[in-house]
Design a protein around this ligand. Structure first.
Ligand code: ZN
Length: 240
């Protein structure tokens, strides 16, 4: 996956101002395990918790083929998850958004049209987030409070800007690589590494995919180890 590498020193002053303005948000984030790169220290990769909790997340949906199968598995196995949706897909499939919300899963913002945030102006970034917020609010009556950057493209300034918009900036600690159409056993090899506080990345916007079988086996494995599958916000509430 693409990782942005920029000289961020000129941005540090801006970020420190943003940070001081968002001090409550940052205090709330202090106990999370965050990105090891200092300039990205407020991007959440996993959560430090003593509780047996793991968060499964899905990007790029909802999708009319994959998402209903994912919802059926989550319901059957009594697991909760978080869906980082594209606004344009939420707009196209509002019934799926409503089903996800009604089932008690969490919905996060993945921008309207999968734009790399590093390529947008500050106004452009806000427009992408707010457009998606409006769509999701009109369907569910709730605003998303989590954002995940498309293509893992971000920097310290972007993290700060999204926090100014009221978001927690959420990455992941385990990548199933399901987007590369890997086998269910390859997915399971990655998810078998999960421990308390980990955030697992799946995609429900990619077809064809082995996500359905890989997801079912992942949930069976983690539940057999005593883990409870919760939303990212529930995971954050369980932090030390
Ligand atoms: Zn994506």
């Amino acid at each position: 996956m693409f990782i942005q590498r920029l000289n961020l020193k000129p941005l540090l002053l801006v970020v420190s101002i943003f940070s001081s303005l968002a001090i409550f948000n940052i205090m709330a984030l202090k106990s999370y395990v965050t990105d090891a790169r200092n300039v990205h220290s407020n991007a959440i990769k996993k959560v430090s918790t003593a509780l047996p909790l793991v968060a499964i997340t899905f990007d790029d949906g909802p999708d009319p083929v994959i998402t209903p199968q994912v919802l059926a598995i989550l319901k059957e196995k009594n697991a909760k998850a978080t869906f980082f949706m594209l606004g344009k897909h939420a707009e196209a499939y509002p019934e799926l958004v409503q089903q996800i919300h009604a089932a008690g899963h969490e919905i996060g913002n993945h921008t309207y049209s999968h734009q790399r945030l590093t390529r947008l102006s500050q106004d452009g970034l806000k427009a992408e987030l707010q457009h998606t917020e409006t769509i999701l609010f009109n369907i569910t009556g709730a605003n998303p409070r989590l954002v995940r950057p498309p293509d893992n493209a971000y920097n310290a300034k972007i993290v700060a800007q999204t926090q100014q918009c009221g978001y927690h900036f959420v990455l992941w600690s385990i990548d199933t690589r399901d987007w590369a159409n890997v086998s269910p056993s390859a997915i399971l090899r990655e998810t078998d590494k999960a421990g308390a506080g980990d955030i697992i990345l799946f995609h429900d916007g990619v077809t064809p995919s082995h996500i359905v079988e890989g997801l079912a086996k992942t949930i069976d494995l983690l539940q057999a180890k005593g883990y409870r599958l919760v939303t990212v916000s529930e995971l954050m509430q369980g932090s030390n």
